[in-house]
Each structure stands twice: as structure tokens, then as C-alpha cells.
Design a protein around this ligand. Structure first.
Ligand SMILES: *Cc1c(COP(=O)(O)O)cnc(C)c1O
Length: 232
């Protein structure tokens, strides 16, 4: 893909986010675009870095760490993929936010490693709102209990919730899941737990980020829409 095509894609995504904000009566600054760069080369990432993008999302620890080594240190790296416990130590030193905390055991591992490294780690809890069998994440019922158990871990800060809605070509079908995640966030916020803020709602990907913004997403994770199709 040429630099011009990338710039054009980015502009289009930015405009779509702005329009969705206007429809929802929200300010554009309330929504952060995370460019999901998994499998994509650093040269492409540098192009959109030059356009002002500082938030990048990766789903593999090794790829995230390698890219973080090579790219400018003012980038914020978001870990968005399923995280194995043996990779926790590495990733908490590089990522600004782990979106994909999907079990208590993983949270315990993060607490343990963060304690050793004397770090405070910001996380989101991943919720499988559509209850898809193939997906990771807490169920909507489990997440309330999980929040209370993780909130007492001294090296962790829960900043909100994350979901990956089902793959669909009709984004309207996912609106109900985004509404459900947003409502869960509000319910948890009401508990007023220490170390829990619920300021982040990470939802919406290339096929459905506009609907997600309409339903309150603060962070959208867009890969294909910015970088084009992935070739594995
Ligand atoms: C790959 C990925 C994305 C981006 O997907 P696109 O459809 O390419 O925008 C977003 N979130 C997660 C968790 C992903 O793994």
C-alpha cells in the first residue's frame, strides 16, 4: 500500500469517527483511535505516526515488544490479544494498557510480576458479551465478581471494559452488545470501588466502530480500516 493510500484510509477513519461523535452528541476528543498494526511492517506504522498517530495495538507480546524497541518512545502500546501468563513479565514493561485480561489467574500473574518490578499496571477486563464459544473473556455475569476480586490487587488499576463483538458485515447487529458493555460499565462504576475507574470502554473494530462510538466507546481498535487487509 502506498503512503497516499494509507493517509487516505486514516483520514476516512478519522472522518467516520468524527461523524459518529456528532450523531451521538459527543466530543471527538472523547474517542481515541488505536491503530491495530498486528502483522503490519514498521514502515507502514511510521507513515501514520507521521500523521500524528501515537496509539498502536498489537495482539502478540513478541511483536509488540520488537516494534516498541524499534519505534519512537512516545508511542503508547496497547496489548489487545489473548495474553499467556508466561508473557506477562515482558508485556507489562512495554504496554500502557492491557485490554485483554480474561481470567482471575491472569490478573494474579500480572499482580505478582508487577509487584516484583515495582510497577502499577492499567488493565481492562475483557467481556464476551455475545457469549461466543470461540472467544476469550469473562461472561457478563462473571465480570462483576471478577472486578471485586481484582480491585484489591495493589499493583493493578482497572480502567474499564473491553469487548470484541461478533464478526458481521451489518454493524447494527452488534449495537446491542455495545449497549450491554456500556451498561455493565455503568453498573460497575456505581459500586465505587477503590482502584476501579471505568473511564475506558474499548469496543469497535473496522466493521463496527461507528456504531461503537454511537454507543459510548472511548477507544476503538481499527486495523484493516487503516492498514488494509492482513495477509497471514
Ligand atoms: C485484530 C484486532 C482488531 C482489529 O481488527 P480489524 O477488523 O482489522 O479492525 C481489534 N481488536 C482486536 C482484539 C483484534 O485482535
Amino acid at each position: 500500500m502506498s503512503e497516499q493510500d494509507l493517509q487516505k484510509n486514516l483520514l476516512e477513519v478519522e472522518e467516520n469517527i468524527t461523524r459518529a461523535c456528532i450523531r451521538a452528541g459527543r466530543k471527538r476528543e472523547e474517542v481515541t483511535l488505536i491503530a491495530v498494526s498486528k502483522t503490519k511492517p514498521i514502515a507502514m506504522m511510521e507513515t501514520i505516526y507521521k500523521e500524528g498517530i501515537r496509539e498502536f495495538g498489537e495482539n502478540k507480546v513478541q511483536e509488540l515488544c520488537e516494534k516498541a524497541e524499534k519505534m519512537n518512545s512516545d508511542i503508547h502500546w496497547h496489548m489487545i490479544g489473548h495474553l499467556q501468563r508466561n508473557k506477562v513479565k515482558q508485556v507489562i514493561q512495554k504496554a500502557c494498557l492491557i485490554h485483554s485480561v480474561d481470567s482471575l489467574r491472569l490478573a494474579q500473574q500480572i499482580e505478582q510480576e508487577a509487584d516484583k518490578l515495582d510497577l502499577i499496571v492499567s488493565i481492562l477486563l475483557e467481556v464476551n458479551v455475545a457469549e461466543e464459544e470461540t472467544k476469550y473473556g469473562f461472561s457478563s455475569l462473571e465480570v462483576q465478581d471478577a472486578v471485586e476480586k481484582i480491585a484489591i490487587m495493589p499493583h493493578i488499576r482497572i480502567k474499564g471494559l473491553m469487548t470484541s463483538a461478533p464478526y458481521t458485515t451489518n454493524p447494527e447487529e452488534n449495537r446491542k452488545y455495545f449497549q450491554k458493555l456500556s451498561k455493565l460499565c455503568i453498573d460497575i462504576q456505581k459500586k465505587n470501588l477503590d482502584n476501579v475507574t471505568m473511564e475506558i470502554l474499548s469496543m469497535g473494530m473496522t466493521n463496527d466502530y461507528e456504531v461503537a462510538v454511537e454507543e459510548g466507546a472511548t477507544h476503538v481498535r481499527v486495523g484493516t480500516g487503516v492498514f488494509g487487509e492482513r495477509v497471514y
